[in-house]
Design a protein around this ligand. Sequence first.
Ligand code: TXA
Ligand code: MG
Length: 317
Amino acid sequence: MKDVTIDEAVQLLQMDEVVAIPTETVYGLAANIFSEAAIKKIFEKKGRPLTNPLIVHIPSVDALETLAQNIPPLAYKLAEKFWPGPLTLVLEKRPEILDIITAGGPTVAVRIPNHPVSLELLRKLPFPVAAPSANPSNYLSPTSAEQVKQAFGAARPYILDGGRCKRGIESTVVAVKEDGVHLYRFGAISKEEIEAVIGEPVIVANSEKTIAASPGMMKKHYSPRSRLILTNDVVATVEELDGRIGVLSFANEYQHEKIHQQLVLSGTGDMAEAAHNLFSYLYDLDTLELDVIVAELLPEEGLGRSVNDRLRRGAVR
Ligand code: TXA
Ligand code: MG
């Protein structure tokens, strides 16, 4: 499969093909939400279980009412503040939304991506697209066209190249319910940013209970091929390991003769920059046939929680 233009992507999507598209978070594997055949191809290509529902991508807030109903005012408030952008809203679905999109559940997840290429694509299409991250299930999410190729190898899909994703980490997924805003997945918008808009604490969904509602909370996910070990003390952890060791550190570069390769997420300790580089650097380290990647945890606040969430799931064996 080859790189395609926006107009070619429009044609392919209208023919029930899947196309990898850029967004500001990560690349998505897109298909027509009203074609069951097209959506099935997403699940087949990713090896994704049908129990994991998909996010629907729309070009403007006007399209929201064609997908969801009984939309709470607070959902509109969040949409107004964060769209286009990396906030996904889980809402009561309209009856015409296919079960394969929602894993048979009563809700649908929706967002407007903030990327000029995907916005132009969505405006040209007569339907919204569903798009999970463009990687085989459980592998690292791709943040460039190159990484989509790396993730799928010979089985790569058509790719609409829109450069490197600015955010580099997936959208934050929330559901607005009667008792408040429930957070299903930490992501590119921090819990604190949402709380500043709603004026009350976000309810962090407890993963055991929400696994059925939002399988993105599944423990194992986002894993490199090399073994991943997390630490708050890089040097002490490296000291105990043998073999080819790679290090993904937050802000400091550590000196140790046993480190084969080290990448620093943000030399200035900027968490947004760290999120931007996270998957990209993991892809780079994963090409080096390391025995182990030692990743340093970020402070447990703001985007640090989102980065740590991905690292923790990636480290589950
Ligand atoms: O940034 C993103 O969200 C990217 C780009 C491509 O938009 N997409 C993405 O999709 O990360 P995916 O499929 O990798 O993750 C979707 C997440 C999963 O955690 C899924 O369980 C959750 O959203 N989700 C989807 N529909 C849901 C629903 N109806 N209720 C609860 N959670 C839902
Ligand atoms: Mg994903």
